[in-house]
Design a protein around this ligand. Structure first.
Ligand code: GLU
Length: 466
């Protein structure tokens, strides 16, 4: 049997990390078993679905590199098929037209609550034999007796009594199918073998199984994964920080880090924290997903991000840095190769945003010395030594890191300074800041011209004021 899993988001917002983790688990399970992973956009709720959300979901999937073998399928393009299955269910007596009005349902509901009963549809139209009419909805005839046992791969066995399940609406009065029905038709038609989804859908499962049985289809296996909580243990929301995948990208997180973080939110393999994609595929099993909810851990995500920034090839990181620098107005045609800048900063930046901020100075004409302490240091800098350094720099036969280092050493010694006493004002002059990669690396990358120009403009600072 070929394993077939799906990710079935409703396009009513961005792709948030909960959805991304569901997609990842479904993807991993399919990949681990050489199965197929299907993307299905559940856009039947025409009022809440938007093309922007569809685009955001596809963008998020692409960013995380979660490739799908089939789809994206759009439910709005399958209405004919849903109508066909609906007629089948009605013809076979598994569904019926219901003409109860909203007001009637409300009234009965209030009465049920007053009697301390669980409010639910009282099945009044179940045997009434109504035909189609503009006001009629279609309800599924849920079995009245017996139980539905869901052997959930995460939750274990969950048993539902049929008399607890009411006859849910599967088509609205305008004939459009409801989401709880389209899921069933699609899981059947797409031959889904494993439904992996959030546990907010667990209560839909017995109804879906009953509908699949009514359609003579074999229900898939189910795995309902617990939701992700905020650090404070409450349901995850925007107030806990970034929740959308693309927001994480904008904040400078790498997809490798995010994927690694997400896989561990609810799944573990011993105490291993870092997983390559291949390792995840080889080790992931849906049965090992924890049944208790996991809480976000922004520190761990940052740590993972730093790990991937440090360990991925500099050329790769440099390329990924490009859009962040461009966003910040860097002129990439005028500075050192991105790979070299990335290499100099790999050990220092936890996110690509941080790296871009440190890298900007290599792609700007001038720098400004904003920090008052740095300005004071520059004002007090040894002017003759800086002037001598400019001359020594100009005379270097080749502009290399080693040559820069030797020049600094020579000039410092000639002026009775320690290396650091000269290097620090030079650093401030050429970077605008008191922290940077080693000074020789920084100067090497900046190039002779920019280095010299920045040193000269810093000298304006050191000039004794009249
Ligand atoms: N469309 C549903 C959602 O976004 C998922 C349905 C399912 O996975 O069965 O929550």
């Amino acid at each position: 049997m070929t394993i077939r899993t799906r990710f079935a988001p409703s396009p009513t917002g961005y792709l948030h990390i909960g959805g991304a983790r569901t997609a990842l688990y479904s993807w991993l399970f399919a990949r681990r078993h050489q199965g197929r992973f299907i993307l299905r956009i559940e856009d039947t709720d025409l009022e809440r679905s938007t093309p922007e959300s569809v685009a955001a979901i596809l963008e998020g999937m692409a960013f995380l590199n979660l490739d799908y073998d089939e789809g994206p399928f759009y439910q709005t393009q399958r209405f004919d098929r849903y109508r066909e299955v609906l007629s089948e269910l009605i013809a076979q007596g598994h569904a019926y037209y219901c003409t109860c009005t909203k007001a009637e349902l409300e009234e009965r509901r209030a009465a049920q609550i007053a009697r301390k009963e669980k409010p639910r549809y009282d099945r009044r139209c179940r045997e009434a034999g109504h035909g189609p009419s503009p006001e009629a909805v279609v309800r599924f005839k849920n079995p009245l007796e017996g139980e539905v046992a869901v052997d959930d791969a995460v939750k274990g066995r969950v048993v539902f009594r049929n008399d607890e399940l009411d006859d849910l609406i599967i088509a609205r009065s305008d004939g459009t199918p409801t989401y709880k029905f389209t899921v069933v038709v699609d899981d059947m038609d797409m031959e889904i073998t494993h439904v992996i989804r959030g546990d907010d859908h667990l209560n839909n499962t017995p109804r879906q199984i009953n509908m699949l049985r009514a359609l003579d289809a074999k229900p898939p296996a189910y795995a309902h994964i617990p939701m992700i909580l905020g650090e404070d243990g409450t349901r995850l929301s925007k107030r806990h920080g970034a929740v959308s995948v693309m927001q994480y990208r904008d904040e400078g997180y790498l997809p490798e880090a995010l994927i690694n973080y997400l896989v561990r939110l609810g799944w573990a393999h011993g105490d291993q924290e870092i997983f390559t994609r291949d390792e995840m595929i080889a080790l992931f099993d849906i049965k090992d997903v924890h049944s208790a909810p996991a809480a976000i851990n922004p520190k761990k995500l940052l740590w993972l991000n730093q790990h991937y920034i440090k360990t991925l090839p500099a050329a790769d990181i440099g390329e990924r840095l490009r859009p962040y620098l461009m966003q910040r107005g860097a002129d990439l045609t005028s500075g050192p190769p991105l790979a070299e800048v990335a290499q100099a900063l790999q050990e220092r930046a936890k996110t690509l945003v941080e790296m871009a901020e440190h890298a900007l100075l290599f792609y700007q004409k001038d720098v400004t010395i904003a920090d008052p302490k740095s300005r004071a240091l520059i004002t007090a800098a040894p002017r003759p030594a800086l002037m001598a350094l400019i001359e020594t720099f100009a005379a270097l036969p080749a502009w290399t890191r080693e040559a820069v280092h030797a020049a600094l050493e020579t000039v410092a010694a000639a002026h009775g300074l320690t290396f650091g006493k000269l290097a620090q004002p030079v650093r401030i002059a050429v970077t605008g800041s008191s922290v940077s990669p080693p000074i020789d690396v920084t100067c090497g990358l900046l190039g002779r011209e920019r280095c010299t120009a920045r040193l000269k403009s810093a000298l304006d600072f050191t000039e004794p004021r009249p």
